[in-house]
Design a binder for this molecule. Structure first.
Ligand code: AKG
Length: 285
């Protein structure tokens, strides 16, 4: 079945599951804080299907041609049976299962993003994050995602974290620094800690740490934040694996000025004219 057929049926099945309203107050708070929390956006059955696809992806044999999209974190802890290679982050998820394509068009999320940064949003990137039990507090420390997407013609690009497991600030939830997007692009450096993702973090991270906040999330809750918001991965002090999806969307006029984005599906239309985009509908009245 073509992907758009799946999306149509998913929207139809979701009748009676109304698209969340983003109020003028929500939008104002989003511009002030740089983030918005969407509760219960993804249904329990959708979460179960996504977790099944993630579980399959995590056992991709290392010799598979696409395995290089799965970044492992070899030294953190003993790898749990549900993540035998200790994969920390997955990229280009659509290569692993069509459900990850469908999910980019999830109506609750896509239309909320459209309301926050639209009109008209495009896909920027798809990724997943997996925190094994014992995942350290500063493994993926304070940073701005715009460090990886700049230069762009404007800052209307958001990271959307969908929590697949129950999480809080001590069990894997993302931490954010409210209002930090207003500081513009901050200098980034490589981490000094020996046990780290080796990915760049803000130079003066000690200034941001005391201002960070994290919330409690249920599976299906979503955190949406602007790419200039300083954020980090929370530690996972629980004894369970904690998984989330991290998709990025940008406004259709957010142009990539240096061709930095080589992700699968980059810049495909997701919403147009306030509705989920489907090929073939553009010219209909
Ligand atoms: O763990 C998270 O939720 C955030 C991960 C993150 O910020 C990143 O990998 O860039």
């Amino acid at each position: 079945m073509p992907v758009y057929e799946n999306i149509v049926s998913s929207v139809q099945k979701r009748k009676g599951f109304p698209v969340p309203t983003i109020t003028a107050e929500d939008k104002e708070a989003f511009e002030e804080n740089g983030f918005h929390v969407l509760r219960a956006a993804v249904s329990t059955s959708e979460i179960a299907l996504l977790k099944e696809a993630v579980a399959k992806m995590l056992v991709t044999p290392s010799e598979h041609p696409y395995a290089k999209n799965l970044a492992d974190a070899p030294d953190i802890a003993t790898n749990p049976p549900d993540n035998p290679r200790g994969v920390w982050a997955g990229f280009n998820l659509q290569l692993f299962d069509d459900i990850f394509w469908d999910f980019a068009y999830h109506p609750q999320i896509a239309l909320a993003v459209e309301a926050l940064i639209g009109p008209d949003i495009n896909l920027y990137e798809t990724a997943s994050i997996h925190k094994v039990p014992g995942f350290p507090n500063n493994y993926r420390d304070w940073h701005q995602d715009s460090e990886y997407s700049d230069p762009q013609s404007n800052d209307r690009n958001v990271t959307v974290i969908t929590f697949l497991d129950e999480m809080d600030g001590e069990s894997g939830a993302t931490w954010v620094v409210p209002g930090s997007h207003k500081e513009g692009a901050l200098p980034h450096v490589l981490p000094e800690e020996s046990l780290s993702s080796k990915a760049k973090e803000v130079q003066d991270k000690h200034l941001f740490a005391p201002k960070g906040v994290a919330f409690s999330y249920q599976p299906g809750d979503v955190l949406i934040f602007l790419v200039r918001v300083v954020h980090k991965s929370g530690a996972n002090l629980s004894n369970e694996s904690k998984w989330s999806l991290a998709y990025n969307y940008c406004r259709a006029d957010t142009l990539d000025l240096a061709r930095v984005n080589g992700f699968v599906g980059a810049y495909l239309p997701i919403t147009r004219k306030g509705a989920i985009y489907r090929p073939g509908t553009t010219f209909l009245p």
